[in-house]
Design a protein around this ligand. Sequence first.
Ligand SMILES: Nc1ncnc2c1ncn2[C@@H]1O[C@H](COP(=O)(O)OP(=O)(O)OP(=O)(O)O)[C@@H](O)[C@H]1O
Ligand SMILES: [Mg+2]
Length: 300
Amino acid sequence: MICFIILLVIVDKYGDNNCFINVKMKLSISIKWGVKMTAKIVTFGISKGGCSKSVSSGVTSYLLSKEERVLAIDMDGQGNLTSFLTNEYDICNVFEEKTILEAIQDKDVRKYIIKISENLDLVPSNDFLATLPRMMYRQGIKFDALQVALEPVMEDYDWIIIDTPPALSEHTVMPLSTYSKAGSFAVVMFDGSMFAYYAIPKFLEIIEASKERYNPSLKTAGILFSLIDSRAKENEVMEESIEEEYPGLRFQTIIKRKAATRRLAISGFEENPELTNALEYYIPFVEELKKRAKQEQPQG
Ligand SMILES: Nc1ncnc2c1ncn2[C@@H]1O[C@H](COP(=O)(O)OP(=O)(O)OP(=O)(O)O)[C@@H](O)[C@H]1O
Ligand SMILES: [Mg+2]
C-alpha cells in the first residue's frame, strides 16, 4: 500500500494520467502498421542495496548474448553495470553526456549504444543520472520515456536487460513501465537477509502498480536468491518462508556467494581462467529465466 502511495505521488508530480492510454494507443498503432517489437525486457530490482542486481544483470546479459542479441541498460547512477561490462571506472568523465539520461532526453537511444561484444551492447550511465527526477519534472517527461527512446531498436534485440538502483524511485519505475509486446519481466533480487525479505513486498507492490498504471505486459519473472552463503543456518527457513508467501515465484537456482563471481568485476569475461567457476550458478538461472519468459510471453 505504501509503495502504491509513493507511486501515485510520483505520478501526480508529473501529471501522467494519460500514460496508460498512450501505451494502448502505441500498441494499436504498432499492430496497425505491422511494427514488430521483439525484445523481451527484464528489469532486475529490489530497494535493499547490495543484493547483486548489477552483477546478476551483467552476467545474465553476457550469458544471453552467447546465442541472442542483448542490449544492457544501466539505470543506476552508480554505474556499476557500466563498469562491470566496460571495465571503465572513470564513468563520470568517459561517459559524460553519453548515457541513458541523454538518450531519454533525446527520445532515441541509438546514439548512446556502445558495443561490448558481437551480440552485446550497452547504454551506460554515470552519476548525472541522479538528475533524472528533476529533468522529468522540468521537461514534463513521462514514465513512458524509456519506451519511447527504445522504440527505434526494439527489433534489433532479443533481450533488453536493465539494472536499477536500490530505490523505488523514478529510475526503477521507468524501466518497469516500459512496454514490450514480447513481454516485460521483473526479477526480484533477494540476498537471504531480513532487510531484503521486508523489501520484497514493497517491490512487488511497485511492480503491480506499474503494471496496472502503465505496462499491462509486465510480469514478475521470479524471486532470485543471490549472494547466499552456503554455511548460513537460516537459508532453509528463508526458502520455506518465500515458498509459503510467494508460491511458485522463487527461481529454483540459488546463486551462492563465490569469490570467482565477485572477481568478475576485476577479471572480466575474456581470457578469464576461472570463468566457468564464476558462472556456475548463473547458467541454470538464465535457462530458468528463458523458460519463464517463454511461458509467460503475451500472445498476439
Ligand atoms: N554471487 C556472488 N558471489 C560473490 N560476490 C558477489 C556475488 N554477486 C555479487 N557479489 C558482490 O556483492 C557486492 C554487491 O553486488 P552488486 O553490486 O551486484 O549488488 P547491487 O544489488 O547491484 O548493489 P546496489 O544496490 O548498490 O546497486 C559486489 O561487491 C559484488 O561484486
Ligand atoms: Mg547495483
